[in-house]
Structures are given as C-alpha cells and as structure tokens.
Design a protein around this ligand. Sequence first.
Ligand SMILES: [Cu+2]
Length: 189
Amino acid sequence: MGVWVAIGISLAALIFAMAVYTEVATMNTVQVPADLTQQLNNLQSIIGSMPAVNQTPTTRNVLVEWAMDAAGLDSFTPNLIVVNQGDTVALTFINNDTGDGHTFTLISGSYNFQINLTANGLQNSLTGQNFTTPPTNNSPGVTITGSAGNLTGVGSFVATNPGVYRFLCVYHRFMYGYLVVLPNSAYSP
Ligand SMILES: [Cu+2]
C-alpha cells in the first residue's frame, strides 16, 4: 500500500514538474530557423557598420496588430519596428482574433518583454484547449483590456541595446517580426 502511495505521489510530482517545464519552455525558448538566423546575422552586420544616429532618445508609440496574412497565416502587422537606441517603445498590441490567443514576445538578447493576449473563449494553439483564466505571464506594467475577439495590451520597454531582434507569438512560432534598434550616440545608459 505504502509503495503505491509513494508511486502515486511521485507520478503526480512528475506530471506537475512537466507541466511547469512546458510552461517555462514555452515562454523562454525562441527557436529561429537556420535561414532566418543567417538573415539576422547579415542584418546585424549591416547595422553594426552603419554610422550611429545622434538623436535624443524619445518615446515611440507603436501599434502592432494581429492579422491574417495573404496566405491565411497568423501574422503581426506591422512586422517591423525601427527605433533608436535609448527610445522607449510604448507598445499597443491588439488581438481581434475570435479564435486564438496571441502574444507579442520579445525574448532576445537583453530584451525580455511580453504581452500575452489570451482570454476566456480563445484557444491555446499549442494544446488545442481553450484558455479559462486570464494570462499571468505578462511583463510588469502591462495592462490588458477587452475580451475575446477584442483584446488590447499596452506596455513599454526601453530599447537599450542596438541590433536586430526577433519578436514572435509563442502560440504560433511562424508568427514573428523584427525590432531594429539603431545605434545612437546621443544615448548613454
Ligand atoms: Cu499567435
């Protein structure tokens, strides 16, 4: 009897650990295909050899929306954000999808920022299950309003490091875009 209780507890602990691991892995693992990595490296190289801009850092209000692209795939519109180093990116991310939850996830280089627009009634494409609770893994300061089919997330981060960084949706890894941060000689950390 005691053995089975021990096995049961161990199994429960294992399943819990796997669930936690899956969640953590989902949030932190950003897989970039090899061809895109090459493109990214090329862009990094080009930007690294450009003269730095010299503009006092400011706040850039950026609106990014979920959209269906021409091929019917989930996408970001726009999928390119260009700011100067030191700028504050004040991001509004809108998810009007009535089917799926979507994130704006920038976990790349020194950046660690996420707006997670899920809600009751939307589906988690990774699991096929519907979300039943509000998201708990948004970056500090992010606010979310609305409900399924009409969600808006607002948050900001400072573009401290120059370069090219990929942002994506953790539920749809093919849904991505790039943040380009131009080196800025007027910026001092
Ligand atoms: Cu998505």
